[in-house]
Design a protein around this ligand. Structure first.
Ligand SMILES: NC(=O)c1ccc[n+]([C@@H]2O[C@H](COP(=O)([O-])OP(=O)(O)OC[C@H]3O[C@@H](n4cnc5c(N)ncnc54)[C@H](OP(=O)(O)O)[C@@H]3O)[C@@H](O)[C@H]2O)c1
Length: 256
């Protein structure tokens, strides 16, 4: 008997995923692999990347250890990978860093690192993955994980908001530029999701303040899987007419 084709299907499609070693990135890896994608997982920590790989569906996944503060090695890495394994269909730039500091305590060296990881590395990955010699000829899909702090202000998040706002603005121009090659570009703006990154940032706050922040999400805080399902939808060929958009996944945080 014929099996029904799933609505979101990545069979035969190769996706590069940064930030794959934990949190939202790991959940996206699991979601995409469950739907047939072949993944190249990027992160700095080999054992944690191996942990992600070990829980994926299917055998055709690879890991690569890279520090995105220095994107200079990405071209040779992705070139070699595509040469050996086949062309890319997509990219999800999920790697990110956050620091909660007031304006008067911002350190420019840390801020530059954040720009490098949250913004520059994502654009460099998109530039490489979408190259004519590395991407499938029938097009593909690029996705950036942004943040609600790109859209709504928060004390202590000036640097983070600035990097994520640049991502959300940049994807629109990228989408227009790449549409003629059938390459779609979108972002997701998540609200509060408990992960290593958010819990490190919240640890510095008064527990009452954390409760207040959670209460600002009418549906409560999200899970990495909530973001991963949205990511699978936007990356998938089935969302073929959606480009240049930012999908807010925040349990109602910005609806108020
Ligand atoms: N959690 C939330 O509430 C929330 C809300 C909105 C948006 N986001 C965004 O969601 C994304 C994932 O965050 P998360 O919450 O899942 O945090 P997480 O668990 O801390 O994951 C962050 C990921 O980024 C990678 N990364 C950080 N710096 C890197 C560098 N220099 N080079 C390579 N990889 C680097 C980390 O890899 P290593 O193993 O190398 O550390 C890790 O895989 C981020 O872009 C974040 O801004 C999160």
């Amino acid at each position: 008997m014929l099996q029904p084709v799933p609505f979101i299907d990545f069979q035969g499609r190769r996706v590069v995923l940064s930030g794959a070693s934990s949190g939202i990135g790991r959940a996206i890896a699991i979601e995409l692999s469950n739907r047939g994608a072949q993944l190249l997982l990027l992160g700095r920590d080999e054992p944690r990347l191996q942990e992600t790989k070990a829980v994926l569906t299917g055998p055709e996944h690879a890991i690569a250890v890279v520090d995105l503060r220095d994107p200079s090695k990405l071209l040779s890495l992705l070139n070699n990978h595509a040469g050996q394994q086949g062309r890319f269909y997509g990219l999800c730039h999920c790697a990110g860093m956050v620091e909660t500091v007031p304006l008067n305590a911002i350190r420019l060296d840390k801020f530059r690192e954040m720009i490098e990881v949250n913004l520059v590395a994502g654009i460099e990955l998109a530039r490489i993955v979408s190259r004519r010699d590395l991407m499938r000829e029938d097009g593909g899909s690029l996705l950036f994980i942004s943040s609600v702090y790109a859209l709504a202000g928060m004390a202590g998040q000036i640097e983070y908001s600035a990097t994520k706002g640049a991502v959300t603005a940049g994807i629109r121009s990228m989408a227009i530029e790449l549409a003629r090659r059938q390459i779609r570009v979108n972002s997701i703006s998540p609200g509060l999701v408990h992960t290593k990154l958010s819990d490190n940032a919240l640890r510095r706050l008064d527990p009452l303040r954390v409760q207040q922040l959670e209460a600002l999400h009418p549906l409560g805080p999200g899970t990495p899987e909530d973001v991963a399902r949205a990511a699978a939808f936007l990356l998938a060929p089935e969302s073929r007419w959606i480009t240049g958009t930012d999908l807010i996944v925040d349990g109602g945080y910005t609806a108020q």
